[in-house]
Design a protein around this ligand. Structure first.
Ligand code: HEC
Length: 193
């Protein structure tokens, strides 16, 4: 059938119909109730600090701590070590060796600093299990940070070891400065005094 043969009515557009219909009263009531409740909630809730007083932090609060501020060893441990050795210091069996009760941690200070300054890549026996992973070097940490974290691990997780001072870290750093690769494992580390 060609357009000309269609009934004239079929060629007309549809009758216009009203597009905007009144909002259902129930929905209107619901929106109104929501708005009222929100206002009530805002006036009732207490943040503890009056927003009228604004942000009370001072510029000093955002400044970096002074260079001579005491470093928190526990904080360094959480940030740099706990990801592998776990917050408990127990490590992950077969993957990350424990620091708890490890003679590498609470024994020779020089050995512990040697490990921290250069890392390990090779087999190392810890409490009867052999690990063969990759311990990163932490020579980018400052002497104060290394002193703090090594003293921390020597006295956390039930360990009892002497504190390591900043100057001991400086000495160990200078003594092994020529080293460019990680220690090849426990055997090589045994030879560190
Ligand atoms: C990326 C994972 C990882 C991080 C992070 C890490 N270690 Fe290790 N660490 C290892 C692995 C793996 C070994 C064992 C190396 C091997 O098998 O050759 C190890 C070995 C050690 C050892 C000697 C073995 C033992 O368990 O006593 C000490 C000590 C140690 N890490 C201390 C630390 C300290 C302190 C930090 C933080 C400054 C740290 N590690 C961060 C993975 C890590």
């Amino acid at each position: 059938m060609t357009p000309e043969t269609r009934a004239p009515r079929d060629r007309e557009n549809d009758d216009p119909e009203e597009q905007i219909r009144p909002l259902p009263r129930a929905l209107l009531a619901l929106a109104l109730a929501g708005g009222l409740w929100g206002g009530w909630y805002l006036t009732r809730s207490e943040s503890g600090v009056s927003p009228m007083l604004g942000d009370q932090r001072t510029v000093a609060a955002f400044a970096a701590p002074p260079a001579n501020a005491a470093v928190d060893g526990a904080q360094v441990f959480t940030g740099k070590c706990a990801g592998c050795h776990q917050a408990s210091g127990l490590g992950l069996p077969g993957v990350f060796p424990p620091l708890a009760k490890s003679p590498w941690v609470s024994g020779s200070e020089e050995r512990l600093l040697a490990i921290l300054l250069h890392g390990i890549q090779g087999p190392i026996e810890v409490l009867g299990s052999t690990y063969n992973g990759m311990m990163p070097a932490w020579n980018t940490l400052s002497d104060a940070e290394l002193a703090a974290v090594s003293t921390y691990v020597r006295n956390a997780f039930g360990n009892t070891g002497s504190a390591i001072t900043v100057s001991e870290v400086a000495t160990a750093r200078a003594a092994t400065a020529a080293r460019t690769s990680p220690w090849a494992g426990g055997e090589e580390l045994e030879r560190v005094p």
